[in-house]
Design a protein around this ligand. Structure first.
Ligand SMILES: NC(=O)c1ccc[n+]([C@@H]2O[C@H](COP(=O)([O-])OP(=O)(O)OC[C@H]3O[C@@H](n4cnc5c(N)ncnc54)[C@H](OP(=O)(O)O)[C@@H]3O)[C@@H](O)[C@H]2O)c1
Length: 198
């Protein structure tokens, strides 16, 4: 057992650490970071913890290579925040992603940003609570390949944060209109355009 295994200190054996460089050698570190050391070599040079990390990160690198290639993904509320992160990840994984939100300027910024990253995205204004916007979103999504494979209903509102008893009827109606009814109607609109195999 090596000194590092004895101490059980993961930091000491991290790929860029002094202990790792001394034991494994600097020349093997760069390919490891890219996840390209052949598995036979890894079995000889890495301890169990490093091997587990390598296998996990290699799987991520390899599996993420275009696993959604050919898919069309619609993400609502996707011009910033969690929705944009979801959209970026699908696009990185090979999908064509339709970005959308209420404000044209937010759509423009997000589309430009992801296109500059080399990702296949388009965008459209869509307030999910607006019937005409939902229809336009569907038309735009179908422009790409005439189908939608995945719908992520990310857009939602939370107009009031505080005690339930202080929530007004208008706020409650807005929550149900946008988060519940509009989400249902969006699903109802898009699902018929999804390939049967899912
Ligand atoms: N962040 C959290 O801690 C948290 C926790 C629990 C649940 N969530 C839920 O997770 C989702 C994403 O959260 P987030 O924090 O990333 O939200 P966010 O920062 O508020 O981002 C919302 C995104 O949705 C768009 N948007 C807002 N209202 C919309 C509407 N009516 N129709 C279409 N697009 C709309 C916004 O752009 P525009 O302004 O241009 O419309 C933006 O692109 C939301 O459903 C939120 O309720 C978040």
């Amino acid at each position: 057992m090596t000194k590092a295994e004895n101490t059980g200190d993961a930091g000491e054996r991290a790929p860029n650490s002094r202990v790792f460089k001394e034991e494994v050698g600097d020349e093997k570190i760069r390919p490891l970071e890219k996840g390209y050391i052949p598995i036979e070599q890894s079995l000889k040079t890495l301890n169990r913890r490093e091997l587990a990390i390598k296998l996990t990160s290699s799987a991520n690198v390899l599996d993420r290579k275009k696993i959604h290639s050919g898919k069309v993904v619609v993400v609502t509320g996707s011009t910033y925040g969690i929705g944009l992160a979801i959209a970026r990840r699908f696009a990185e994984d090979g999908a064509h992603v339709l970005l959308s939100s209420r404000l044209q300027k937010n759509v423009d910024v997000a589309v430009k940003q992801l296109q500059e990253e080399g990702l296949s995205v388009t965008g459209i204004v869509c307030h999910v609570g607006n019937r005409e916007d939902r229809k336009r979103l569907l038309t735009k999504a179908l422009e790409h390949q005439g189908k939608v494979d995945i719908l992520i209903c990310n857009a939602a509102v939370n107009p009031f944060v505080g005690p339930l008893m202080e929530t007004t009827e208008e706020m409650w109606e807005k929550v149900f209109h946008v988060n519940v009814i509009a989400t249902f109607l969006m699903i109802k609109l898009l699902v018929p355009h999804m390939p049967k195999e899912g």
